[in-house]
Design a protein around this ligand. Sequence first.
Ligand SMILES: [Cu+2]
Length: 496
Amino acid sequence: MHRRTIGVFAFILVAALSGSAHVGSPDVFFAGDAGPYHLYVTVRVPQVIPGIAEIQVRSASNDVQRIEIVPMRLSGAGSNLPPTPDIAERSKQDPQFFTGSLWLMEFGTLKVRVSVEGSKGKGELAVPVPAFAQSTLSMQRSLGGLLGFLMVFLAVGLVFIAGAAAREGNLEPGETPSPGRARRARIVMAITAAVVLGILFLGKAWWGAEANNYRRNVSFFKSPRAETQLENGNRLVIRAKGQDPEWSEDVKMAEVIPDHNHLMHLFLISAPGMERMWHLHPDRAEGGAFVDDLPNMPAGHYEVFADIVGKEGFPWTLVGQVDLPQITGKPLAGDDSTWAGTPLATQASDARVAQLAGGGRIVWEKGNAPLVANRAVVFKFKVQDKDGNAAKDMEPYMGMAGHAEFVRSDMSVFAHLHPAGSVSMAALELARAPAVGTATVDGNMPSGIAMPMPVDPLESEVSFPYGFPKAGEYRIFVQVKRAGQVETGVFDAHVR
Ligand SMILES: [Cu+2]
């Protein structure tokens, strides 16, 4: 992947950029501590690359005075040599809210470093930002016409200027050019025209090569496919297939790194109603495939989302569909979990309470404001026991207080979130690690395994910073662990 980040560096063709491995949800939402300050950071990835990312930082406390932001490589060369940081501007109406913009110059895994100064001293955090292009925009016709006209004007002008210089360059005032001079001027004009045409031809070839390179980057970063195959009754084999032939050469399945305890997080969601969901953790097999011995499942059509993280910290979601017969499989074990309920309605209900299979419930503290697209919100959920008291048996589930999947009714949006936000936990570990390639965190475990240990006992409230990328009906799966059991609460959301 790095091989190709260089070629586009100086390229200025307009192209849409999206970021994040999540499907259809490019912006980055993050919550974390910069020293003594708790911050919520939103990175709106730019429409063009190189392009400007909008950064919004909200401080949970009112003691922050100054915030600096700077983009860097996530890891490896350059990740400890930041350019000069920009100062985020403090909102006049809302002194805990800061905004800034940053140029993102390359594709791949970047991070935005946020440095804070306030009455409690200094603090710093880094937000991983996967930057990639999703499509190439063609040039506006009017702009193209104007540039074309200017090009012709310049080219023709150059030929005539060269001709005039040869014909009249050192005439005395009042003297008329001789026939010999006029002939020499015609020759100079012909040569100039040939040179200008040659330059234009080379320019077009250069432009074409760069545009081609850019298009290849666009296809490189398109969601790779999850190709699935059922073997021996209940063994699901998943193979990653990039939309670009070079994808599999650059992103090797043998090199993906664990992200919160697992190399792959596989979600099977019944389509179209999402009335069933499985969150499984396949093992890596020989030859780069992943295999999972499925649990009991009814026959049906399932949407497949499989999260993996490349060795450089770039998170990918493999996307696919599979039609399964009725499966008689093994019981769920370990971190695997499932949920079944009613299908998502055409207009999502706004129920705030989700019953849990174990008798408790989850309450969504969502306030009264309607949900709108493109607004960063902290989604807060309270876990209660069957009597409505705060749950006292919460345990970390794969190292965290909770996991949430936000899925749009048409499956065009899939985001797997944590209390730290939409960033991949493996990329976050890389962003925090000392800047030496894909450094391991504790010397023997690959990064991504060593999760921050939660305090004991775990709070009964879990929150996720996120913003819906577009209007529509969404289903939110909130997953927590209580007394050794994974429980899933499901909420539907109508987003304007
Ligand atoms: Cu998770």
